[in-house]
Design a protein around this ligand. Structure first.
Ligand code: DX5
Ligand code: ZN
Length: 214
């Protein structure tokens, strides 16, 4: 699945920007609070406005402190998937339960330096594992290749049936890096600048899809 990130879109034209990627699988919505990460983007009211007009289901990535307070609201608003950061949660299982009870898939995100092993059992309660392939906070950064073993390990745990979830990669995904991420076992690919920075976002999505399947 390809999930263009609205972070690289024109914020003054969010409705049009969601239309321009109508053939994507998920529309990635990066919520930043200027605390968990240094940057600040948009929150629940903006998500609700986009949700009302987007032809693509929303994939909300909450880069915020105290995600337990906000995550269920995004699910209630109609998000397909709501992802919280492991580093920001005191009780990830409880957050997953609340997100699922509100009708969305539940995701757990790991920063590049956060190991997977301590979260393997917790991940049995999640539908998505988001492996950050850049430090969260900004679009347009370079893909961190060193994170790929974490993607491989996650795919292995899915392969043995120990985990049942999407393995999503986020950060620095373009026509070159998507092949490595796909080869390592990712099945959801977030791409901000590679899609919205292209002259034709629909064409960029098709090209990424092709490279991921190569
Ligand atoms: C970064 C965000 C990403 C960002 C990716 O903190 O989580 O979703 O939009 O942007 P690119 O694809 O440009 O690296
Ligand atoms: Zn993101």
């Amino acid at each position: 699945m390809i999930a263009p990130s609205l972070l690289s879109a024109d914020f003054a034209r969010l409705a049009d920007e969601s239309q321009r990627v109508a053939d994507a699988d998920w529309l990635h919505f990066d919520v930043m609070d200027a605390h968990f990460v240094p940057n600040l983007t948009f929150g629940l009211p903006v998500m609700q406005a986009v949700q009302a007009v987007s032809p693509v289901p929303l994939d909300c990535h909450l880069m915020i402190d105290a995600p337990e307070r906000w995550a269920p609201g995004y699910a209630e608003a109609g998000a397909r998937n709501v992802t919280v950061h492991a580093e920001a949660c005191t009780d990830p299982r409880a957050v997953a339960r609340d997100i699922r009870a509100a009708g969305a898939l539940a995701g757990l995100a790991l920063k590049p330096g956060t190991p997977l092993e301590p979260y393997v059992e917790v991940l049995r309660d999640f539908d998505t594992l988001l492996v950050m392939t850049v430090e969260p906070g900004f679009g347009g950064q370079e893909f961190i290749t060193e994170v790929l073993p974490k993607v491989r390990r996650a795919r292995e745990l899915v392969g043995t049936g120990h985990l049942q979830l999407f393995v999503e990669v986020d950060g620095g995904i373009n026509a070159d890096t998507i092949e490595q991420a796909a080869e390592a076992g990712a099945d959801v690919f977030v791409a901000g600048s590679a899609v919205y920075g292209a002259a034709d976002p629909a064409e960029a999505i098709a090209a990424l899809r092709k490279r991921a399947a190569a």
